[in-house]
Design a protein around this ligand. Structure first.
Ligand SMILES: Nc1ncnc2c1ncn2[C@@H]1O[C@H](COP(=O)(O)OP(=O)(O)OP(=O)(O)O)[C@@H](O)[C@H]1O
Length: 291
């Protein structure tokens, strides 16, 4: 079972601060989405409303076609995972797991145990005694083993070191393939996790900047690689998103698409053409939204 998400003209205000500003968004069920945005762009606010942790100031949120707020049957199907567990520092990790087992209808205990082992988690300790990385690892363990039809990871693995994060990405992908569900991952580690995303949503100042399939987004620009002089000639006058040099080789990422004639000219000049990196595109699109 998977759940779709629809947000219609959603506004969330905190006093004078408009965190989400008339956002409309439709996410079909059964995909992995990346939610990107600069600090304070409203990601957590949107995800909190989708998970029924927060009520919208105005507009509507629908999960699987129904309003999640104060809808206990629906919220049991939604798992919102942050970088630490919602429990007291004096609680034992083991007790938190017991609670998740009781509350989550699709909980897989065997998988939870395998994850605890993989992340080397000391479940006999109190939460307050866990390292930041261990707290994150416990959170993502709860999120993965819950197998909720809508699972949201809100920068939940930021405390984890690189090997643990890569283990997490591998678990997300493998477990999603075995048990399809809707997964939303909000992150700042765009290049690291970007290959998991089927679609990407970019927010800025509480508004939608882009929502597209990852491949289509990466096709909005071109990475031109080859001899430095030929790259400079070919990319002259274009909007440059990124530029790297290694010896005589240069790789310049430009915004915009190339015509067939331009592609043929690039090939004739010995240049390689590839898709743009998500990180470069994200920086460009959010900077553009600020202008
Ligand atoms: N409880 C709150 N009270 C007052 N303002 C808030 C509250 N929560 C968020 N905000 C403000 O709303 C805006 C959006 O914040 P939000 O946390 O949703 O963004 P974000 O994209 O998740 O940010 P980050 O990437 O830094 O976590 C920010 O200006 C933030 O300061």
């Amino acid at each position: 079972m998977t759940l779709s998400v629809e947000v219609r003209d959603l506004t969330i205000r905190y006093g004078d601060t408009v965190a989400v500003d008339g956002l409309t968004l439709k996410l079909a069920g059964g995909k992995i989405y990346g939610l990107l945005g600069r600090n304070g762009s409203g990601k957590t606010s949107v995800l909190s409303a989708v998970s029924a942790f927060r009520r919208a100031t105005s507009g509507a949120v629908l999960v699987g076609g129904a309003e999640p707020f104060e809808n206990a049957a629906l919220t049991r199907q939604i798992c919102f995972v942050r970088d630490k567990v919602d429990a007291q520092d004096t609680d034992h990790a083991r007790a938190v797991l017991r609670m998740a087992r009781a509350l989550r209808p699709n909980w897989d205990e065997e998988y939870a145990q395998a994850l605890l082992e993989r992340f080397d988690l000391p479940i006999g300790k109190r939460l307050g005694a866990l390292s930041r990385g261990a707290k994150s690892a416990l959170s993502v363990t709860l999120g993965l083993a819950a197998r909720a039809p809508l699972t949201i990871f809100d920068e939940s693995y930021l405390g984890m070191d690189a090997p643990s994060r890569y283990a997490f990405y591998e678990e997300v992908l493998n477990d999603y393939m075995a048990h399809p569900r809707t997964i939303i991952i909000s992150t700042h580690l765009i290049e690291e996790v970007g290959s998991l995303f089927e679609e990407v949503v970019i927010l800025d100042k509480g508004r939608l900047v882009a929502h597209d399939e990852t491949e289509a987004l990466r096709g909005r620009g071109v990475a031109v690689t080859g001899p430095a002089g030929a790259v400079a000639d070919f990319t002259a006058g274009r909007t440059v998103l990124g530029d790297q040099r290694l010896g005589g080789i240069r790789s310049t990422t430009i915004y915009g698409q190339l015509s067939d004639e331009e592609r043929a000219r690039a090939r004739a000049a010995g240049l390689d053409l590839g898709p743009v990196g998500l990180q470069d595109l994200f920086v460009h699109l959010t900077a553009e939204a600020h202008r």
